[in-house]
Design a protein around this ligand. Sequence first.
Ligand SMILES: Nc1ncnc2c1ncn2[C@@H]1O[C@H](COP(=O)(O)OP(=O)(O)OP(=O)(O)O)[C@@H](O)[C@H]1O
Length: 556
Amino acid sequence: MAVILIGTICLQVLTPLVASHFIDQATSGGNLRDLIFLALLSMGLALVGQGLAVAETYVAENVSWAATNALRADLVAHLLRLDATFHTAHTPGELIERVDGDVATLARFFSRFVVYVLGNGILLVGVLGLLYHVDWRVGLGMSAFVLLALIAMLRIHAVATPSWAADRQASADFFGFLGEYIAGLQDIRSSGAGAFVLRRCAEVMRSWLAVTRKAQMWGYGMSATSQGLFALGTAVAFALSAMLFKEGTLTIGTVYLIFQCTEMLRQPTEQIRNEVQDLQQADASMIRIESLLGTVSRVIDGPGAALPPGPLAVELDGVSFSYAEDAPTLRDISVSLAPGRVLGVVGRTGSGKTTLTRLLLRFYDPQAGVVRLGGVDLREVRLAAVRSRIGLVTQEVHLFHASIRDNLTLFDESVPDERISSVLDTLGLADWLRELPHGLDTLLLPDGAGLSAGQAQVLACARILLHDPDLVILDEASSRLDPATDQLVQAALGQLLKGRTGIIVAHRLATIAYADDILVLEDGQVREYGSRLALAADPTSRFAELLRVATVEVPL
Ligand SMILES: Nc1ncnc2c1ncn2[C@@H]1O[C@H](COP(=O)(O)OP(=O)(O)OP(=O)(O)O)[C@@H](O)[C@H]1O
C-alpha cells in the first residue's frame, strides 16, 4: 500500500512538471520530436496513474477487511455467548449496528486513515516543496495559505458536526420506524391502521427533512468555503506569478506549474480534513465496540463436569428466579424428575412455565436454589455440553431462509441425507417431502412463510430428533391446529419423547396425555406436583379442575 501510495504521489507531482516543460518548449520553439516525447510521456503517466488507482482500491479493501474481519467474528461470537438478559435489553437493530455499522467505520479508518493522511501529507509537502523550488516567496505564501485553509475548514467542521450527528440519528429513527411497521404488517392491515401508519411516516419524514436540510446546508457551506478559499489561493498564486513573470524570474511554463500546484493543494487539504472527521467517528465506534466486548455474561461457563450418559434426571431444588429485582417470577420451586419420565407443566398464562424451561438451558441462572441435570449442578457443566444434551421446541419455531436440509441440520453438512429422510419418515412427513419440487434442497421462504404452523412445529421436532438429545423440552404453542395437522404434531411429539426425559409446557390436553407427572404452577409457585393419573383421579385437585374446564376429552 505504501509503495503504491508513494508511486501515486510521485506521479501527481511529475505530471504538472512535464506539462510545464512542454509549454516552455512549445513557446520557445523547441523541436517537434521533444514535444511528441513529452506528450507521450504525459499520456503514459496518466495511464500508470489509473493503474495505480485501481491497485490502491484493491489493496485498500484487502487491508480493511483483513483488519476488521477478525473483529466482526469476535463480536458475533461474543454476542452469542452473552446471556438472555443482555439480549432482551438490546434490540437486534442495535446489535447489527455494532457488528456492522461500527466495524465498517473502523474498516474505513484502517484502510484509509494512515495511508490517506500520510499520503496526502506527503503530497502537500511535495507540492509545497516544488513551489519552494520554483521560488521561495511563492512556496512561503502558499504554505501559509494551506495552513490557514486547514484551520478554517476544521473550525467549520466542528460547528457542523452536531447537525450531521442529528441527521444520522433521524435516519436511524426512520428505519427503526419502518422496520417495526413492516414487521407488524399483518396486524396493521387487519386492524385498518394503514392511514395512521402513513401519517406517522409523514411526520417522521418531515422531522427528518428539517434535520437533513440543516446538515446539507452546513455541508454546502463547507464546500463553498473550501472553494472560496482555494479561489483566493489561486488568485494569490497568480498575483505572485504575474509579479515574478514581469520581473523575468519565471517562464510561462513555470507560471502554469504554479497554477497547477495551487489546484493540486486543494485535494490533499480537503482529504486531510475528511480523514480527521473519520477519525472522530472511528473513535466513537471503537469506544462502543470496546464496551460491548467488555460486557460480561451473567451466565458464566462451567468448569466442565460431565453429565451422565442416557436420559437425564431433572431436579430443581428450592429454585427462585426473577427477571427484575423485587418481582419474583419463580418462588422456591422443588421438582425431581427421574430419567426417562415426562413432566407436564400447566398453569395460567404468566405463571412462569416458560421461565422454568429457560433455567434448564441456563439462559438464566436462578437467584436461589440449584438446577441439576443427571444429578450434576448445571453451573459445573460447560454451557455447550448442557445445550448439546437438550432439545428445545419453543412456541415460535424459527425457520431460516435456507434449504429444508439446512433448516433441519442447522447447517451441519456431516448429517447424511438418508438420516434426514428417515427422521422425516418417522414423523409422517415422507409424502410431504416427496411432493416438494426439489426434495431436501427446496428453499424455505423467509421465516417459514408458506408452511402452516403445524408443519413448522413438525419440522422443529425433526430438527430435535436429528440432534438426538437426552432431555426434550417442549413449550407448546397455544394456537389451535386443524385435526389432521394436530394428529401429525401429536404423533411427532410421541416420537420425540420416546426413550428420553421430557418436560412439556402443555396447553392442550392431547399433549398433557404424554406426561407421567404434572406440575401445576400458580404465580410462580408450585400449586400441585405429582403423578398425572393420581392428580386426575383426585376430584379436589387443581389439575382435575383444569381438566374439567378443558373441552377436549382425551384418555387420561
Ligand atoms: N425476558 C423477560 N424479561 C422480563 N420479564 C419476563 C421475561 N419473560 C417473561 N417475563 C415475565 O415473567 C412472567 C412469567 O412469564 P412466562 O413466560 O414464564 O409465563 P408462562 O407461564 O410461560 O406464560 P404463557 O403460558 O403465556 O407462555 C410474566 O409475568 C412475564 O411477563
